[in-house]
Design a protein around this ligand. Structure first.
Ligand code: SF4
Length: 317
């Protein structure tokens, strides 16, 4: 009777596809895809490569028959799978496989056509926020800040990430896929033309949402007048030039903007989670763009401190 040791596969046998079970075969496919990603010429994201490969009929045939193949056929099938994986790592298939890659790069900006999704509750009001005209945002292509020429309304991103709020963390699928916004429906990682065509579609603005509520329109306009981003930017520049001597000007603007939104929000009965839709992001929320954060001292006074991480990194497209 052979001893236990002689039953264990040798290194050479374990490395040969001929000895792999179907689960080991699958693990090695995933490992090979990860290896392919180290080559900068392979530009298709790994999640998408795996989806393309596993939905490829040739791969499915190999997977289904793996256990019944003899050693020589397994080696031949493995070589075929390697070639398929290399092909899918280079070529994006012209179809949405719901790999979630676009959704991890940023949340959608809403168009007028998307208003219906908000009105029927497919997208909750608290899931969106406003980027006001003149607001400093990061360019998606460069580190520099730029200032928005027009207002935009966006779906929120998960805190501290660029990942869309509606991307399910476990399944990596969109939680509102059937009701996803226009930009998501037009987005195609294999063809930029449909997304470019969107430039002719009007963007959604707060006016489209609140035009029938005169009081809210008036208060929003007042907030836009009294709490302008150019004032905040100028105060930061002055503080830098004065080496911090004029920090109170920045703190005053922060406190005033905070007071305005809180006070008016209470007066108008706006839920806290919807304040960023009505008034946009607060000045305080934008501080990381200027490398700062607010710290509240034990006696209640507010001081500006260096920010430890950029948490206001919203970009827009
Ligand atoms: S709404 Fe859905 S499809 Fe659109 S970016 Fe978010 S998760 Fe992706």
């Amino acid at each position: 009777m052979p001893d236990q040791k002689s039953l264990e596969p040798t290194n050479a046998e374990a490395q040969s596809p001929a000895s792999w079970s179907a689960p080991v075969f699958r693990d090695n496919v995933l490992g090979y895809v990860q290896d392919l990603m180290r080559n900068p010429e392979n530009r298709v994201p790994p999640e998408r490569v795996v989806l393309q490969l596993t939905q490829d009929p040739d791969f499915q045939t190999v997977l289904k028959s793996w256990e019944s193949l003899n050693g020589a056929d397994r080696v031949a099938a493995w070589k075929k799978v390697l070639a398929l994986a290399e092909h899918h790592a280079r070529e994006v298939l012209p179809a949405c496989l719901m790999c979630g890659e676009c959704c991890r790069m940023g949340s959608p900006t809403l168009h007028l056509e998307d208003l219906e999704l908000l009105q029927k509750g497919a997208i909750p009001w608290e899931a969106v926020y406003t980027l006001r005209r003149g607001e400093p945002v990061h360019s998606p292509f460069k580190k520099d800040l730029f200032f928005l020429l027009d207002e935009r309304i966006k779906v929120r991103e998960k805190p501290g990430t660029t990942e869309c709020l509606f991307l399910d963390g476990q399944t990596q699928r969109c939680r509102i896929y059937a009701d996803r916004p226009l930009q998501c429906r037009a987005q195609a990682c294999w063809d930029s033309a449909p997304a470019q065509d969107l430039s002719t579609q009007p963007y959604l603005t707060r006016r489209d949402i609140f035009k029938d509520v005169e009081l809210v329109m008036d208060i929003m306009a007042e907030h836009d007048r009294r709490c302008r981003f150019d004032q905040l930017v100028a105060a930061f520049k002055e503080m830098e030039a004065s080496k911090g001597a004029t920090v109170d000007k920045v703190l005053h603007l922060l406190a005033y903007e905070e007071h305005f939104r809180t006070f008016m929000g209470e007066k108008l009965g706006i839920p806290d989670k919807e304040l960023e839709l009505v008034f946009g992001r607060s000045f305080v929320a934008l501080l990381p763009l200027f490398g700062c954060a607010v710290k509240i001292e034990p006696d209640g006074t507010r001081v500006l401190v260096p920010d430890k991480g950029d948490t206001a990194g919203s970009s827009t497209s």
